[in-house]
Every structure is written in structure tokens, then in C-alpha cells.
Design a protein around this ligand. Sequence first.
Ligand code: SF4
Length: 269
Amino acid sequence: MRNCGSNCRRSVKFVTVCRLRVTLFPVPKTLVINEIYLSLQGESTFAGLPCIFVRLTACNLRCSYCDTAYSFTEGKKQEIQEVRAEVNRLAEPFAAKTDARLPLVELTGGEPLLQKDSLSLMKALCDDGFTVLLETSGAHDISAVDARVRRIMDLKCPSSGEESRNRWQNLEHLKGTDEIKFVLGTHEDYEWAKAKITEHNLAAICPLLLSWVHPLAPEQQDKSLKPVPPGQTPISRQELAERIIADSLPVRFQVQLHKIIWAPEQRGV
Ligand code: SF4
């Protein structure tokens, strides 16, 4: 092999200078953010509490019932410190009124874990003293998330059209402070969730949420969403509640509180 001589030495020098510049002037960490707003937490064991939502842009799934398709592409690049400052600004009015650190802060999406710097944001918000929640699809590795974060992880049921994306290895990383959420729209989803709860002894890991799918408003029905697979029978809210009781399932039934308080298609609530 021929030695390229002085060119190589020049590139070594160039790389060294670049490294020095990166060390002296680190590139700020950024995220693509869809929206940040203060509202009430509508789901999980934290439902009803004031919560600041940080919605991150992009998701690589297309669940049939997704009500935040606008977050797939809409967003603006922001430095982590800007996001952190905005969260602290929104939280300021609560500061003198409670010992417990409210509001909560939730990273949601889209899928927050698609952006690696979301890990740094969660750590920074924990350092600021917030109770930080992460809503994740369950399709990505959750093991690197700060241990202080409450991870609310979906297990995608058949009617989502995304069942094959469940990353089952995540179960071994869940703790008692995390939560597993099943979003159910059909009787087949219910039977599937019930079977998985038994098969993996999920109730021994953390709280389990069974969330009834609120039908999408026409403007929320993005064309890219997966269709509900054939052979599925819709389940009503009442039927779901009654099945849980009849089967003595150790779960928490939930509806999306924000869709009862505000119009189901309203953003920023
Ligand atoms: S995981 Fe599914 S429901 Fe959540 S943002 Fe992505 S497509 Fe929507």
C-alpha cells in the first residue's frame, strides 16, 4: 500500500484542531420540539395533577388510533437549555404554593426516545427537582433513561397495527415506579392484554393501565396510520370496565381525562 505522506499529516492536524474546537466550544444539545404547554395530566396513576407536557417531534410507528399525528413532522429545533428554561417558566407560579414539586413534567410525542438528547433533557429536569414522566411506545430501548424518571411504557395491542414493534426485552428494565399501558379498542385487544399480563406476570412489576381508545375525530385520522387489522370487534368503555371486573384483573382502568374536559381533538391540553 502506498503512503500518502504529507496529505495524511495535514488531515491528522485538521482532525486535532477540530477536536480541540469541539472541546473548547461544545455544540449545544438540541431537540426538535412540537409543543410545550401546561395542562392536567390526563392518564396514568398521576391523572388529574398539573403537568407540563414537552411533546417531541417524530415517531416511527403509525398506530391506528394515534391522535397526535401532527407531531410526526411538525416541530422546531430548540436547545435543551431553552426547553429547560421554558419548563421552569411555566412551573414558576406553583413554586411558592406546594412542598411537593408540582407541576409534573412529561416528555411525550411522537416518540421521545427517537431523539438521543431527550435523555439529557430528562436528566436535567430531574436535577431541577421535577417529577419527570416519559411516555414511550415500548418499541425502543428504555434502559438508558435516568433512573429517577417514571417510564410509562406502552405494550402495543393487535388493533394498533403495531404489535410486532413491542420490544419485550424492555420488561426486564422496568421498576415499581414505572407503569405499563395497554391501549384497547377491541375485544381482541382485551384478550391479548389479559394473556400477556398472565404470561409475563406483569402485575408483579409495576402498575398496569388499561386505557380505552377514544375514537379519532375526522381531522385526527392521518392517512399514514395503520388500518385496524381485519377480524377485530370494537369494545365499548362500559364493556371494557365490566370485563376487567368480571375477570378480576389487577389493573387500573383509565379514560383520557383531557378528552372529557376539553374537545377530544383540541391541542395543547
Ligand atoms: S407510538 Fe403510536 S400512538 Fe404514540 S405517537 Fe407513535 S404512532 Fe402515535
